[in-house]
Design a protein around this ligand. Structure first.
Ligand code: CA
Length: 225
């Protein structure tokens, strides 16, 4: 369930937004003044924040500015109808979108959905491809490439390589690798990790990539240059 923080002092409007968003399966929390709103914005992770400009306590611009110093939570500013300055200022301060009052609830919902989509797309792209030097792992396609050439790995070898790629410069113990690749309930001995690390190293070596996975005596393994 997506969580929405509504910072709006007009109680009727806030309540109306809450009901409509609940109806669309959003989890909604309302704050009626700027300071409480800022506090909530920083103390929890929200999927979207709807932020009114004219607020008691602290105005929406200042709330937006202070949120942006710490967090990149998507923000939609609720501005006055002719508040061109508000819109420009809000966007300058890092708001992602604005909606002028009065608005049709459908338009607000459309803007929330569009913003969430943008955030998802933005999030989804970098995490699906891992890179390290010439090595590229495409997590969606389950493919490993070195300088554009495909590297064939078995499932275990692939899983092991992915764990290393996700933890560059971090020493991983045999137990951690065993848990990640073979699962907690495994009956497999920890030295199977050594065997598979050797396989992965050999495959990397066969395409000219040596010294990527290093043995840390008494600790485990680390991937680094
Ligand atoms: Ca207001």
């Amino acid at each position: 369930m997506k969580k929405v923080l509504v910072i709006e002092d007009e109680r009727h409007l806030a309540r109306f937004i809450e009901l409509e968003l609940n109806h669309e399966s959003f989890d909604v929390h309302i704050c009626y003044d700027g300071r409480t709103g800022l506090e909530q914005a920083l103390s929890q992770d929200w999927d979207v924040i709807l932020l009114d400009v004219m607020l008691p306590g602290m105005n929406g611009m200042e709330v937006c500015r202070q949120i942006r110093q710490v967090k990149s939570t998507p923000i939609i500013m609720i501005t006055a109808r002719d508040g061109v300055t508000d819109r420009v200022n809000g966007l300058d301060l890092g708001a992602d979108d604005y909606i002028p009052k009065p608005f049709a609830i459908e338009e607000l919902l459309a803007r929330i959905r569009s913003l969430l989509r943008r955030v998802e797309e933005h999030r989804g792209t970098p995490s699906t491809v891992l890179t390290f030097h010439n090595l590229k792992v495409d997590l969606d396609a389950h493919e490993v490439q070195i300088e554009g050439r495909l590297l064939e790995l078995t499932k275990r070898e692939y899983d092991l390589l992915v764990i290393f790629m996700q933890n560059i410069n971090r020493v991983l113990t045999r137990e951690m690798l065993l848990d990640s690749v073979w699962g907690y309930d495994t009956e497999v001995e920890t030295n199977v990790v050594d065997v598979y690390v050797r396989y992965v190293r050999l495959k990397l070596k066969s395409v000219g990539e040596e010294n990527m996975i290093h043995t840390i005596r008494g600790a485990g393994y680390v991937m680094r240059s």
